[in-house]
Design a protein around this ligand. Structure first.
Ligand code: GLY
Length: 442
């Protein structure tokens, strides 16, 4: 029996709860959330609502409930040093310390680390703390990516062609980023297809989980503003239809080398999830960024497939013994579709923006799985609360069957909501395959 503390309140954490409670270890779950998630609350022995920066409240809650180990879902508490605070009270955690979480929280830290240890995958890049030299570096690049150095909720990266067109616009944006952020990273833009490789790491051993492709754009056909992710899919062979086996192997090798570099650089082992956002290009796999946690929605693709006991996985991560555990996933396809308020991602003055706090009804989702994210449970029912509301997941032997299950589930959510119908369709996947063929010249 284990008392487990979960920190987080999204759909990613709802699916983590499901994985924890499948354990044969008979775990007792205690959840610390910044806003109540009815899916998490329903399965928790006790919940506490509070800020992710109130580390004392988190540690007190853990101590009161004799927590054996903690699992951290989102990046904010990691950035605030929750793992260090819990360690101070002798509580081990699945999640990196504040210093190691720089893998996600400081894009310059990661680019410089990869560079220093001669790990492949970096673009041409430069980190700027002032405007001096920015213009001349922009002139060296074919395509440009601009990143503020810090947490941006997946929405701060600006890509030429998507968010701006000309060098002059890039220069203006650089000035703005330098005014708002400690530093600016200017990078070469890659052409290719993106994939998420979420790895489990105990500091020494790095284990890959099935590959997932997320869809960040708000609207069908990858149009509209970037979001936290509108949905994602994975395949029964744990690869993706537009990748060659070596693409994934290169991403895994980069992650293994980064884990080793982190240990060398900081002297402490990274225990948690190293989620690499990679891109397959003409010249092999390149690193876009790391996250120090499971992806949201990507956690909903992989955790339901995990055959190995998740509590055991967590225990081996905290103990540094992942090499002793065989970690297996079901050979199934998954499609996750996020149901969002109609106004999600739209400007505040858009007519649909008013839908963001409306009441919704959830009927029977059939064979789909449902994971709550930003919803508010009031006495008279369920309300949207501005952001992504509910993750609906279909799991089946084929991608199309998984997609149809997810579609049926999505239709059970009634109210002023939206989702992307195209995620998991043959047409969208064929577009990715054709794009990679063109890039590879085949
Ligand atoms: N799927 C994007 C993220 O979790 O950051």
């Amino acid at each position: 029996m284990a008392n487990i503390l979960l920190v987080g309140n999204g759909a990613r954490e709802h699916v983590m709860v499901e994985a924890i409670l499948r354990s044969k270890e008979n775990p007792h779950l205690f959840s610390y959330m910044k806003a109540n998630n009815p899916g998490i609350a329903q399965f928790s022995e006790k919940i506490k609502l509070g800020s992710y920066s109130d580390l004392k409240a988190i540690v007190d809650f853990a101590q009161e409930n004799k927590i054996d180990f903690a699992v951290i879902g989102p990046e904010d508490p990691l950035n605030n040093g929750v793992v260090d605070a819990l360690a101070g009270s002798g509580i081990p955690t699945v999640g990196p310390t504040k210093s190691l979480a720089r893998l996600e929280t400081s894009k310059s830290f990661t680019r410089n680390l990869v560079d220093k240890y001669n790990i492949p995958g970096n673009p041409q890049f430069k980190v700027f703390t002032s405007f001096a030299g920015v213009e001349s570096f922009l002139n060296d690049l074919e395509g440009i990516v601009l990143k503020p150095d810090g947490l941006t909720g997946g929405k701060g990266v600006l890509v030429q062609g998507d968010h701006f067109a000309t060098k002059q616009e890039a220069l203006n944006l650089c000035k703005q980023i330098l005014a708002d952020s400690s530093s600016l990273i200017v990078e070469e833009k890659f052409d290719g297809e993106e994939f998420s490789l979420q790895c489990l790491c105990d500091g020494k051993t790095v284990v890959a989980t099935p590959l997932v492709q997320d869809h960040k754009r708000r609207f069908e056909g990858d149009k509209g503003p970037n979001t936290g992710g509108m949905g994602s899919y994975s395949m029964p062979d744990h690869s993706l239809p537009f990748l060659k086996p070596q693409d994934m192997q290169e991403g895994l090798e980069i992650t293994r080398q980064v884990a080793a570099a982190l240990l060398k650089e900081t002297g402490s082992p990274y225990k948690g999830v190293m989620y690499g956002g990679f891109i397959a290009t003409r010249n092999g796999t390149k690193l876009l960024e790391y996250n120090a946690r499971f992806g949201d929605p990507e956690a909903m693709n992989i955790l339901p497939l995990l055959e190995t006991d998740f509590v055991e996985v967590c225990f081996h991560i905290t103990e540094g013994t992942l090499d002793k555990l065989k970690i297996e996933f079901k050979q199934k396809a998954t499609v996750c579709k996020y149901v969002v308020p109609k106004g999600y991602g739209l400007p505040a003055d858009h007519p649909d923006a008013a839908s963001s706090k409306a009441k919704i009804e959830v009927d029977n989702v059939g064979k789909a799985r449902l994971y709550y994210s930003s919803v508010d449970k009031k006495e008279d029912g369920l309300y949207l609360s501005s952001s992504r509301a509910i993750g609906i997941v279909g799991i089946a032997d084929t991608l199309d069957a998984a997609r149809l299950i997810a579609e049926e589930g999505v239709k059970a959510v009634k109210g002023p909501v939206a989702y992307r119908e195209d995620i998991g369709t043959d047409a969208l996947i064929q577009k990715r395959i054709d794009h990679m063929k063109k890039i590879r010249g085949i």
